[in-house]
Design a protein around this ligand. Structure first.
Ligand code: TXA
Ligand code: MG
Length: 331
């Protein structure tokens, strides 16, 4: 509790604090302080036109952040907050442009992690907002433990962080589901990023289908290809090709860090065969394999069913150049 109070005071003073959430760790700053928000972008090396999510206490007054709370938002908040769901809403007039990337929308989320909740209650007496992207350098794998954050930015005092709150391993393991509710009249609700809360879960609550992002969709940096990537190249291959490709790479003298799932997996690194368990372990495993100095991280493609949508989205981005990488290493 002492650490949480201290963190709240640092944040109120405009400093950066890494915080645990149920999805991944966040790099937090006072969302109403433009200099503090600018420090996030500096630390991450992130382009300043990318918006950041504002984290709020669930009973916070949302009219500080959004000019309009449609009934769809109220339904989703009721069903999924606190939890791994971010809503994109029309931005309120006092939200600094640094938070919204200059757009007319703002991303809001109430995290369920008990440390994040306690911090949001303590920070500005529960009425503030914490701008927090994932606590990794731009384009890299998101952190799911306090040690990952320190690996990215150095210990508090050594780098840009004033403090790191340790809340254990993030339970969900991949970033929140993002739903855009700013264009309900034209497109309807839009899924910008899949996550633990599935498209089907959201459609059931709203009673209508989700649209896919169009060209006018608000910018989501996680939607760039080449996002969430380790430094070691990653290739994603079908289960029935895994053994053959592995052998061919070894025959070519390549060092391969292999990652499969389920009981039958032969690779030394084996992930759970259920999507939630797999997501929970995914980023920590990619970070570990990245340390092995291999030429390639070879990943067995999980099932393509709806329950795997969040995992497959992250894998596809990590392995954004599978074919090119394999051609090069097999040449
Ligand atoms: O689970 C999560 O969402 C984690 C934890 C820390 O809460 N945060 C996270 O933040 O993933 P970040 O910045 O790495 O990704 C947030 C995504 C970005 O792709 C950003 O573009 C999008 O949310 N976003 C934020 N505000 C937005 C807005 N106003 N309009 C459209 N997209 C927005
Ligand atoms: Mg991120």
């Amino acid at each position: 509790m002492e650490a949480i109070r201290a963190a709240a005071r640092l944040l109120e003073a405009g400093r950066l604090v890494a915080i645990p959430t149920e999805t991944v760790y966040g790099l937090a700053a006072d969302a109403s302080n433009p200099d503090a928000v600018a420090a996030i972008f500096g630390a991450k090396g992130r382009p300043s036109n990318h918006p950041v999510i504002v984290h709020v206490a669930c009973d916070a007054d949302l009219s500080r952040w959004t000019s309009e709370l449609p009934p769809e938002a109220a339904k989703l908040i009721d069903a999924f907050w606190p939890g791994p769901l971010t809503l994109i809403l029309k931005r309120g007039p006092q939200v600094p442009p640094a938070v919204t990337g200059g757009q007319d929308s703002v991303g809001l989320r109430c995290p369920s992690h008990p440390v994040a909740q306690a911090l949001l209650k303590e920070f500005k007496q529960g009425q503030g907002g914490l701008a927090a992207p994932s606590a990794n350098r731009f384009g890299r794998v998101s952190p799911t433990s306090a040690q990952h954050v320190i690996d990215e930015f150095g210990a508090p005092g050594e780098g840009p962080l004033a403090a790191v709150l340790d809340g254990g391993q993030s339970e969900v393991g991949i970033e929140s589901t993002i739903v855009d509710l700013t264009r309900l009249d034209s497109l309807g609700p839009v899924l910008l990023r899949p996550g633990r809360i599935s498209a089907g879960d959201i459609e059931r609550v709203l009673g209508r289908p989700l649209a896919l992002p169009d060209v006018a969709a608000p910018r989501v940096s996680g939607s760039l290809d080449a996002h969430y990537a380790p430094a070691t190249p990653v290739a994603l291959v079908a289960s029935d090709e895994f053994a053959r490709i592995m052998l061919a790479l070894k025959a070519n003298g390549r060092r391969v860090a292999a990652m499969q799932y389920g009981e039958a997996a032969a690779a030394s690194t084996r992930l759970p065969s259920d999507p939630d368990g797999y997501a929970h372990a995914l980023y920590a495993t990619l970070r570990e394999l990245d340390q092995q100095g291999a030429d390639l991280i070879l990943v067995e493609q999980p099932p393509q069913s709806a329950a795997w949508q969040g995992v497959n989205d992250r894998l596809r981005r990590a392995a954004f150049d599978s074919i090119g990488v394999l051609e090069r290493l097999l040449a």
